[in-house]
Structure formats: structure tokens, C-alpha cells
Design a protein around this ligand. Structure first.
Ligand SMILES: Cc1cc2nc3c(=O)[nH]c(=O)nc-3n(C[C@H](O)[C@H](O)[C@H](O)COP(=O)(O)OP(=O)(O)OC[C@H]3O[C@@H](n4cnc5c(N)ncnc54)[C@H](O)[C@@H]3O)c2cc1C
Length: 402
């Protein structure tokens, strides 16, 4: 199919989720021309509702903080755990770890949050094109030089750019093209979830707590995320084979897991289910490379970590921010090489590994890495008992706390 039209810009961003809107906003703030293409019309459904405190710093740069404070999103101050024996931990208040305004974060309905982020990008100069699918990334040799898009009316266009940012989420456009994906052997899990109204929730400061509930057979865990309008996001995560092989429908499996778990069952005893069932089977992965000549991967298009860490949106925001800074610096120096565009990758990976608790001891991480990843994210996260407990839960081990 021949493209009917060719246009030019400085930077193209594929995808209008948190990663794409973050990168595009920060690039536009510096006076660079950015066009963002999103295949859906927003608002659109998305999973990934529980934010963590470290998002504050990127939201601040994006000028999103006031909007978040004025929103009706449920305020989240803490996380709590229920172990396989049904024992409930005391809340881990983020403020105890870091007495700062950032220690209050939010449980967001993603369709609303992502729309706010995309509108915020447009307000700051990003040319946002919804209902526009990127069909392909265009290359001249090894260098990305633009994209081919298809609009709602079916017409196509080539958009040439100095840099292409892939923020296409789990579509992982460039990761697929170059076969860059590395699966995480431990985190090969899946999830089934639905939404409830009228479920039990605590009051006051504890109303917005995420509750992580380990199942009695320690095969998996539930997330219990209270959203506004008295809605509860309740999902079960488990090893892929356990949840999806030789079991019935998603609905049957979900309810079998609820039956096994009294701590969950009692929370929804008087609740009404308000949506169908959702499932995801592709789990944690990371790309071998975060950039090439003229292209960069951010957010889920770069990597995805088990939702137990509630870190997806943070990593989308953080990679979007680091990539945006590298792109702006590169454009100023007329250098859009892989070395320049991917200069943030190693530090970011070490930050993710630290959050993941894998292969990196605190002493091994140099201060520069921590500073680069930003705002003490790694140190703060690692020092929280929450994250040590998280790792235990992910490995289906005994969950103990005082
Ligand atoms: C079960 C589960 C639970 C989770 N829970 C949490 C949680 O509690 N907290 C948390 O922080 N994270 C959570 N996450 C992770 C979170 O959902 C993601 O990490 C986050 O959405 C990544 O943002 P993104 O911008 O990279 O991708 P997305 O939000 O997926 O955005 C990508 C966008 O690209 C668009 N797109 C794709 N292909 C094209 C194309 N060809 N052309 C144009 N547009 C395109 C898509 O329509 C989409 O809007 C969870 C994930 C799962 C699977």
C-alpha cells in the first residue's frame, strides 16, 4: 500500500500510555517538535492501577501533580500483606520510610489517568493523534528514520523524524522486529482479574491501601486495589501452568482461587461483580537493548516486571523521562546514535534489578547509578520491608512478618 503523503518532524512517539505521554511531554517542554500516534481513542481501558510514591518526581516534572491532587483518585498511603495462614500485617506506611509529601500516592482508574496524561501532553505542545496506528517503523540501513501511520479513514502517511520512540506497550513493536526479548525465568506468571462494587474496605488513612493476599497453597497471590466509586480491582496472579493449564474458563479458575482464600472471600462477600473477567498470560521480560541509531524503547515496550512490584507505571514514567533527556541532549549535539539515545539504559537496568532484588547487593550499586536512576528510588525501595516481602511472595515462599 503506497503512502499518500510524507511529512517531517523532530521526534515521533508510538503509543499514548504513561511512557509515551511522559517522554513526549518532557521533549516538547524543551521546544522540540513531537508527534505522538495512539491507535485507540482515549479513554480506553488499561490494567495497572496502583501507583507507588516514586512516581511523584516525574509527575512533578510533567506538571501533573496539581491535577492529581484535584482528582478523585483514591489516596494510597500504605501497603498491607496477608500471608498464607490468613495473618494480616500492620500497614507499611510509605511516610515512615520517607517523611515527604511524595509518600502519599494514588490508586488510579487507568482510562482516566492515561487521558489526563495525554491531555497534559497536548497542553504542553505535543501533537497528539489518536485513532492513528503506526504500521511500521521506517529504516534507512540500521537507522530509524520515521514511521508509516494509518489514520481512522484508512489513509496512510509517512512521517519522517530524527528519533522514533517506541512506547507501544506490550505490542513491543521494535522488540519484536529485532527479536530482542528476554523472558524472566522466575516471573513466568499470569493473572486473572475482575472488578467489584461494595466490597469491604478499611476507612480513613487505610482506605486506599493495596492489600497483597498470598493464597493458602502459596501458589499465587491476590491484589486488592480500592478504586474510586466504591470499585475494587481484585486479581489473582500465579505461575502460568498453575493458572492456565488443565483448568476451566478464566471465570471458573478465578472463583476456585477465591474459594481457596478466605481472606479474599470475606472481602467480597457482600459485593457485586461489575465487569467481565480479564486475563493476561505474557509475563515479565526485558529487551536486550533499549536503543539503536535513531530509536529508543521505553515503558512496557522495553520491559515488564511482575505486577506484585506495582512498578509498571513508575518504570514507564522513569524510562520516559530518562529517554526524553537523552533525546533532547542528542538533538542539541546533533547525535542520535545508539550510544547517545541509550546512554540511560545500564543505570535503568541496574535500578530495575535492584527493585527486583536480583543479583545486585546494595553495596554493589554505586551512588552515581542511584543518582542517575533518580531520587533515591532504588535505595528507598530496597530498604522497605515491603520489597523484601514482595520478593518472598513472588517466589511462592513463606511470608513472614512481625
Ligand atoms: C495484570 C497486571 C497488573 C498490573 N498492575 C500494575 C500496578 O498495580 N501498578 C503499576 O504501576 N503497573 C501495573 N501493571 C503494569 C502497567 O500496566 C504497565 O507497566 C504500564 O501500563 C506501561 O505503560 P506504557 O505506556 O509502557 O504502555 P501502555 O500503557 O500499554 O501504553 C501503550 C499504548 O500504545 C498504544 N499502541 C500500541 N501499539 C500501537 C501502534 N502500533 N500504533 C499506535 N499506538 C499503539 C496502545 O494502544 C497503548 O495505549 C500491571 C500490568 C499487568 C499485566
Amino acid at each position: 500500500m503506497a503512502a499518500s503523503f510524507v511529512s517531517h518532524t523532530d521526534v515521533v512517539v508510538i503509543g499514548g500510555g504513561p511512557a509515551g505521554s511522559t517522554a513526549s511531554t518532557l521533549i516538547a517542554q524543551r521546544g522540540v517538535k513531537v508527534r505522538l500516534f495512539e491507535r485507540e481513542r482515549f479513554p480506553r481501558f488499561h490494567i495497572g492501577e496502583s501507583l507507588i510514591p516514586e512516581t511523584y518526581w516525574v509527575l512533578e516534572r510533567l506538571k501533573m501533580l496539581d491535577k492529581m491532587k484535584q482528582s478523585h483518585f483514591v489516596k494510597k498511603f500504605s501497603v498491607q500483606f496477608v500471608n498464607a495462614n490468613g495473618k494480616l500485617s500492620a500497614p507499611f506506611y510509605f511516610h515512615d520510610n520517607k517523611p515527604h509529601e511524595c509518600s502519599q500516592t494514588w490508586q488510579v482508574v487507568r482510562s482516566e489517568f492515561d487521558l489526563m496524561m495525554l491531555r497534559n501532553a497536548a497542553e504542553q505542545g505535543v501533537e497528539v493523534n489518536e485513532a492513528t496506528r503506526v504500521l511500521d517503523v521506517l529504516f534507512d540501513g540500521d537507522r530509524a528514520v520515521g514511521v508509516r501511520i494509518q489514520k481512522e479513514d484508512g489513509s496512510t502517511e509517512e512521517v519522517h523524524a530524527k528519533v522514533v520512540v517506541d512506547a507501544s506497550g506490550q505490542s513491543t513493536m521494535l522488540q519484536n522486529r529485532f527479536k530482542l526479548r528476554i523472558w524472566d525465568p522466575v516471573l513466568n506468571k499470569g493473572a486473572i482479574w475482575t472488578y467489584w462494587q461494595g466490597a469491604y474496605r478499611d476507612t480513613g488513612k487505610d482506605e486506599g491501601a493495596t492489600i497483597v493476599i498470598q493464597t493458602p497453597n502459596k501458589q499465587g497471590w491476590f491484589w486488592n486495589i480500592p478504586l474510586h466509586n466504591d470499585t475494587l480491582s481484585l486479581g489473582v496472579v500465579g505461575p502460568f501452568d498453575y493458572l492456565f493449564k488443565g483448568r476451566g474458563s478464566h471465570e471458573q479458575t478465578y472463583h476456585e482461587e477465591v474459594e481457596l482464600c478466605p481472606a479474599v472471600k470475606e472481602r467480597i462477600a457482600n459485593a457485586k461483580r461489575v465487569t467481565g473477567y480479564f486475563a493476561t498470560k505474557d509475563y515479565s521480560y526485558r529487551s536486550r537493548e533499549c536503543a539503536g541509531d535513531g530509536w529508543v524503547l521505553i515503558g512496557d515496550a522495553f520491559g515488564f516486571l511482575d505486577p506484585l512490584y506495582s512498578s509498571g507505571v513508575l518504570l514507564a514514567l522513569k524510562s520516559g523521562e530518562l529517554a526524553a533527556d537523552a533525546i533532547v541532549e542528542g538533538l542539541q549535539k546533533n547525535d542520535t546514535s545508539v550510544a547517545q539515545l541509550g546512554s540511560w539504559g545500564d543505570a535503568f537496568n541496574r535500578g530495575v534489578d535492584l527493585r527486583r532484588g536480583r543479583g545486585v547487593g546494595l553495596r554493589e550499586v554505586d551512588r552515581a547509578t542511584v543518582a542517575r536512576f533518580g531520587c533515591g528510588v532504588c535505595l528507598d525501595a530496597f530498604s522497605l520491608p515491603q520489597f523484601r516481602i514482595t520478593e518472598t511472595c513472588v517466589r511462592n515462599e513463606d511470608l513472614t512478618f512481625g
